[in-house]
Design a binder for this molecule. Structure first.
Ligand SMILES: [Zn+2]
Length: 86
């Protein structure tokens, strides 16, 4: 499996990703009824796909600029920078 780069650190597998990133996924499974969570789940799935493919994660989908690490920390599934957030 390809290495995963998250906030400048390399991880050899999803299992090595720190808990603060995983809490989100756990919450989805525990609560997963609200449609808002479903949307969020899809965003997270998309982020995971990017992490797995090793490219695009942490980059804004609109301008392709790196997303502020503080923003990614608050929302690891963020797909846009502050300027382009909805
Ligand atoms: Zn942007």
């Amino acid at each position: 499996m390809d290495k995963i780069t998250l906030n400048g650190k390399e991880y050899s597998s999803i299992d090595d990703i720190p808990n603060e990133f995983k809490v989100l996924f756990k919450d989805e499974n525990n609560n997963g009824i609200l449609s808002e969570l479903e949307i969020r789940y899809n965003e997270i799935k998309k982020a995971l796909e990017k992490i797995n493919s090793g490219k695009g994660y942490g980059l804004c989908e609109v301008c392709n600029e790196p997303i502020d690490p503080a923003r990614l920390e608050a929302n690891p599934a963020a797909t846009t920078c502050k300027k382009h957030m909805k």
